[in-house]
Design a protein. Sequence first.
Length: 163
Amino acid sequence: MPDNIIIRPSDVNDAEGRGFVHYHAWIETYTNHFSASVMRSRSLEKSIEIARKNPENTFVAEVDNTIVGFATHAMSRDEDLAGAGEIMAIYVLKAYQGKGIGRRLMDACIQALDNVDTMFLWVLQANQKTVSFYRSAGFKPDGKTKRMYGQTIIRMVKNCKAT
């Protein structure tokens, strides 16, 4: 793992860097999973605007003063897991994957929500590389699914207060 990785809370000045990562990591990750029309509907400008409107509950990963990844978290939006923490997104540019950055971003989100017993996230079932990443961090599918752009998204859950 490179020594120069910094994980820190995001601020309003990070919108362009976060938007860049969101757009490019999304394209790198989902091009073979979603239709061409879905992929064309994405844009760098939209991704930057989303980052600008939603600066809270986000950590960024920097390498050499450049944002190369980010993760967002919140309290659960799922009624059946009220009181749980949710990792809403983790994106790392492909060139920086496999260096521990995603794990450090995930750990920052879990630590930020250290008052919860359970954490969960939603992940594209067909993206087995990412499903394996979450499994290695202790997340397990709980059987809940939903559809997004014609694909199955599975929920994965982790007990954070193991007895």
